[in-house]
Design a protein around this ligand. Structure first.
Ligand code: NAD
Ligand code: ZN
Length: 351
């Protein structure tokens, strides 16, 4: 099969690799129909995620068709159209039982990044992928949900919702600020209303992304990179500070920005993946009684989000701005990595 292989920092090739095989009875093999590229793939390509070694097939988002199942797979069958969760999880270990799928203990003895496709196991930017724990890592798709909508549920919609809105403890009436209106930030913006956010302030350097944010539910937009940005955010709360600040960029500056706008007693939800150490000024923050959360997405809300997408309550398809064939995957990376010029949000790669 053909696959997009990481060849070390700054290098990737679309090349031949052996077809994946069933290795365990809980596995399934899925033919990828549509995949996409995540900001995290760009972090890996820069070399920011050293755990990912050269030779790895990248990608952790995908929609496909099941072509083979292991003997103990029960809920998924050959021929079924499925959504592939970016996190694979056994569903019954101590961590899975509390919804912490990202730290599934499984029986392969890994947790954390071990369970993300395209990290310690081969990913979805390929013609076929092996999916461990297929029963809990694949979701059958109704015909009413398109591939373009469904692929947003592999990672970015659960990430924005779980790591931003839920970890940020958004409550009815809250003023929520989202720093970074990329696909993940837009996913947080699109789902903050589910918990009744009163106002949603999108903050980004890029005017185009701020314009997009309005379509996903932002009530206010603030362009950062100007001295007045903070005053503009605080003005939405009459100077009090926002109830919830969601960091969806992944650089030290934007984490610090989040600490500068949250009210005393508020919540800061860090969603971004940081490749560099982030200063944490506990000496200033402690007196503000701020709670800070962070982590790897669990995708335990995927079934609920899938229902909302099917009901058109979340404008998932709007995130798909560009479409490519499999043989154009390098062009897709180029378009995605020049998002400021191309105005790409998510680029779809389909067979
Ligand atoms: P992206 O690069 O498309 O979007 C980031 C946005 O931040 C861009 O619109 C950019 O203009 C904006 N930005 C950059 N500097 C800024 C600044 N100083 N002020 C305001 N805005 C600024 O990325 P994405 O795909 O939306 O992903 C966002 C982050 O989420 C990445 O770090 C990604 O790795 C991470 N992520 C985390 C998880 C998780 O499990 N926690 C899962 C997926 C992605
Ligand atoms: Zn588990």
């Amino acid at each position: 099969m053909k696959a997009l292989v990481y060849d070390g920092p700054g290098q990737k090739t679309w090349t031949d690799r052996p077809d994946p095989r069933i290795l365990r009875p809980t596995d399934a093999i899925v033919r990828i129909d549509t995949t996409t590229i995540c900001g995290t793939d760009l972090h890996i390509l820069k070399g920011d995620v050293p755990a990912v070694e050269a030779g790895r097939i990248l990608g952790h988002e995908g929609v496909g068709t099941v072509v083979e199942t292991g003997d103990s797979v029960e809920s998924i069958s050959v021929g079924q159209r499925v959504l592939i969760s970016c996190i694979k999880s056994c569903g019954h270990c101590a961590n899975c039982k509390i919804g912490l799928y990202s730290h599934c203990l499984g029986d392969e003895g890994r947790s954390g990044m071990g369970w993300v496709f395209g990290h310690l196991i081969d990913g979805t930017q390929a013609e076929f992928v092996r999916v461990p724990y297929a029963d809990n890592s694949l979701y059958a798709l109704p015909d009413s949900v398109t591939d373009a909508e469904a692929v947003m549920l592999s990672d970015i919609l659960p990430t924005g919702f779980e790591m931003g809105v839920q970890y940020g403890q958004v409550a009815p009436g809250d003023v929520v600020a989202v720093i970074g209106a990329g696909p993940v930030g837009l996913a947080a913006i699109a789902t903050a209303g589910l918990y009744g956010a009163g106002a949603i302030v999108a903050i980004d350097l890029d005017e185009n992304r701020l314009e997009q944010a309005r379509h996903f539910g932002a009530t206010h937009t603030v362009r950062s990179g100007r001295p007045e940005w903070r005053d503009d955010v605080l003005a939405v709360t009459d100077g009090a500070g926002v109830d919830v600040a969601i960091e969806a960029v992944g650089v030290p500056d934007t984490f610090t920005m989040a600490t500068e706008i949250v009210r005393p007693g508020g919540h800061l939800a860090n969603v971004g993946v940081h490749g560099k150490p982030v200063p944490l000024h506990v000496e200033n923050l402690w007196i503000q009684n701020i709670s800070i959360s962070m982590g790897l997405v669990n995708t335990n809300t995927t079934p609920m989000l899938l229902k909302l997408v099917a009901q058109h309550k979340i404008p998932a398809e709007r995130l798909a701005t560009h479409r490519f064939g499999f043989d154009q995957v390098l062009d897709a990376y180029d378009t995605f990595s020049r998002a400021a010029e191309t105005h790409a949000l998510k680029v779809l790669i389909s067979r």
